[in-house]
Design a protein around this ligand. Structure first.
Ligand SMILES: [Fe+2]
Length: 270
């Protein structure tokens, strides 16, 4: 198996639940992602973000299908999800976002049942790739290393009833605790923040009055990977145009009637 992440970073990931991997995506694939993201931006404007596209791999295959299933992201996911060697590796969800202007994005959270449509206490990783520069003026992702442990179950519960982005209003105490642990990496295009499923993270809005706030914004593409035994119960997906409750394991999704929702990463890929 190829080891794209050095041992010391694998150790750091196990301890802290998150790492930054420089230059994970590069060259032609990165350039194509930057160009293609412009087309996605025009599609789905939502209030929380300037633009949002889930299932970019399906909506606009080139190059997102390739990034999700045939790029260094796959090698990183296989390395950090060892059970995927036996069970297979699946793309649970991807997302394209662009942060622009005074948009505040989403507060401290773990992904909810729509962004992470799987049963509670299942594992997996999110690989968040910057497609533009993230400077100290903001526009990127903040993480709270160590917040993936059971110590933070109370914070997860606080936002479990649908108020995914509102921890600051719901529980200022938990919010302050996470804020004190915050790390906000500066990144170049192609750099990735990798974090485990229950890592608390939030959008990092642009600093008010900064050049970056007036600029074209920061695009990012994120892919959530899980092993084949992951149960989907409790998650939701769009089946034949209807939001549907999911059941069974992700590797049985097609036979259970949830066609085309998830992607299995072919074993032959790097
Ligand atoms: Fe999230």
């Amino acid at each position: 198996m190829s080891c794209i992440i050095p041992d010391e970073q694998v150790f750091e990931y196990k301890e802290q639940g998150t790492i930054v991997v420089k230059n994970l995506l590069s060259g032609d694939l990165l350039e194509r992602a930057k160009r293609s993201s412009t087309a996605l931006e025009e599609k789905i404007p939502v209030p929380t973000f300037e633009s949002l596209a889930m299932d970019a791999w399906k909506q606009r295959e080139d190059p997102f299908l390739e990034i999700a299933t045939r790029s260094p992201l796959v090698a990183a996911a296989r390395q950090l999800i060892p059970e995927s060697r036996e069970e297979g590796l699946f793309v649970l969800k991807d997302a394209f976002f662009k942060s622009v202007g005074a948009n505040q994005g989403c507060g401290w959270h773990v992904d909810d049942k729509f962004f992470w449509p799987a049963a509670p206490n299942t594992s997996g990783i999110n690989i968040w790739v910057a497609l533009d520069n993230v400077t100290s003026d903001g526009g990127g992702l903040a993480v709270a290393p160590g917040s993936h442990t059971s110590e933070f179950l109370g914070a997860r519960d606080a936002i479990a009833n649908g108020d995914t982005c509102a921890l600051a209003q719901i529980s200022p105490e938990w919010n302050a605790r996470l804020e004190a642990m915050r790390e906000t990496p500066t990144l170049q295009p192609g750099d990735a923040i990798i974090h485990t499923r229950y890592m608390f993270h939030r959008s990092d809005p642009f600093r008010d009055g900064s050049d970056a706030q007036r600029g074209p914004g920061v695009a990012r593409y994120s892919v959530r990977y899980v092993p084949g035994s992951t149960r989907l119960d409790g998650g939701f997906g769009r089946v034949d145009g209807e939001i549907t409750k999911l059941t069974g394991t992700i590797r049985d999704a097609n036979t259970n009637g949830f066609h085309g929702l998830f992607l299995e990463v072919p074993l032959s890929t790097p």
